[in-house]
Design a protein around this ligand. Structure first.
Ligand SMILES: [Fe+2]
Length: 392
């Protein structure tokens, strides 16, 4: 293993076996000079990988981490440089109750910063049993619960809860942070900004983009800017709708006919197995999700359709609170694009878009998510009124 590979090693990957498994490359960027830094890694299934972000925020002469990620030596080395420049990491915040991809790195991150206080979104759950924090590797003697125990750094940060929403087996909730010195709203899954060009993170290894840019399994993975962009748009469609309208699954016979061709007999090409057939018009669907010049701000369709179908009121109430934040200027989300312009103008435009469209969409690209939601509802896995449980 060369030096960078050993620094990118994540030995706990079997706990949540997501691509790229045991090797997590990290991209480090300064989002707001001297104030906010972003660390991005890829996470996904079957090469459907999107960036997941950890933020380091300067709070006076110390640092706060929001949204943990697997702390590889590469990632810790960069944070250490920030500690030398600004001050120690004294706070780690996990602001979501449901997003597993944000939780999985917390125990190792907590061990890496033994003097940091940990703040958790209320309603943390473990599956299949509810286990005590210490059993999950979260040290209870330095752990606080947001809302119940107050909030960290009240001078610099305003914390706004989205939810809780009862999603049957668990709850959805996230506590967004408005960082006043930079006028930035830091969210986890509530909103994302997506752009048409693939994120920089794929420059380290464009394989997921090239894999999905093809039409069948016998095609080689050939790198070009057009293939990368095409692959990216398809990844966005997968991540947004799980099964987009213009995607069909070919018959097994057809898949096998195109598999195991001489040049494709390798792990990187999944041995030529490619169970997808994109239909004409897929690119028009993708273009509705991405911004050409600037990232398109939106509620991720999978969240909108599976978390909020009967919880519009909770989302709008959160958005109204966000709109009233004095001087709000930027959105920094834990997925997709980093810093995106987000003033009251963008917030109002989003509200108009929500008002003018059907909230519980059932057709087109939303067909599969809608079917899935209906199944969960029919089996009694999700409640008819997700706000009732927490209304008192
Ligand atoms: Fe997430």
């Amino acid at each position: 293993m060369n030096n960078s590979a050993s620094e990118q090693k994540w030995k706990w990957w079997p706990l949540l076996p997501l691509y790229p498994y045991g090797r997590r490359r990290t991209i480090f960027r300064e989002l707001v000079p001297n104030q906010i830094w972003s660390f991005e890694q890829l996470q996904g299934i079957y090469y459907v990988a999107v960036p997941v972000r950890l933020l380091v925020i300067r709070v006076k002469n110390e640092l706060m981490i929001i949204n943990p990620l697997p702390p590889t030596s590469e990632l810790l080395k960069e944070i250490d440089l920030l500690q030398k420049k600004i001050g120690p990491v004294k706070t780690i915040v996990l602001p979501t109750a449901s997003g597993l991809e944000h939780k999985i790195g917390l125990p190792a991150l907590a061990r890496a910063f033994p003097n940091a206080k940990i703040w958790l979104c209320p309603g943390q759950w473990s599956f299949p049993f509810q286990l005590p924090f210490d059993w999950l590797g979260i040290p209870s003697n330095r752990t606080n619960i947001l809302l119940a125990d107050g909030f960290p750094h009240g001078d610099d940060c305003e914390w706004i809860s989205l939810g809780p929403i009862d999603i049957g087996l668990a709850r959805f909730q996230e506590i967004s942070c408005f960082h006043k010195p930079t006028k930035s709203l830091l969210v986890t899954d509530a909103l994302v900004g997506i752009e048409a060009t693939p994120p920089e993170l794929f420059n380290l290894d464009p394989t997921p983009l090239l894999f999905h840019s093809r039409e069948k399994g016998s095609e080689e993975l050939i790198d070009s800017p057009i293939a990368r962009r095409k692959g990216w748009l398809r990844l966005v469609l997968f991540a947004s709708y799980l099964k987009p309208e213009k995607l069909e699954i070919p018959k097994i016979k057809e898949i096998l006919e195109n598999s195991f061709k001489p040049k494709m007999r390798n792990k990187r090409s999944h041995f030529g197995i490619y169970p997808f057939a994109w239909q004409e018009g897929w690119d028009l669907s993708a273009k509705k999700l991405v911004g050409e010049k600037t990232p398109l701000i939106q509620i991720a369709p999978v969240i909108e359709r599976l978390v909020f179908p009967r919880g519009k009121k909770a989302f709008i109430s959160w958005l109204n609170k966000i709109e009233s934040l004095k001087g709000i200027s930027f959105l920094i989300s834990a997925h997709y694009s980093g810093k995106v312009r987000f003033t009251t103008n963008e917030i109002r435009a989003l509200k108009v878009k929500i008002d003018n469209s059907n909230w519980e969409k059932t057709q087109g690209d939303f067909k599969f998510l809608s079917w899935f939601d209906q199944k969960l509802l029919n089996f009694g896995i999700v409640p008819k009124n997700p706000l009732k449980k927490f209304s008192d």
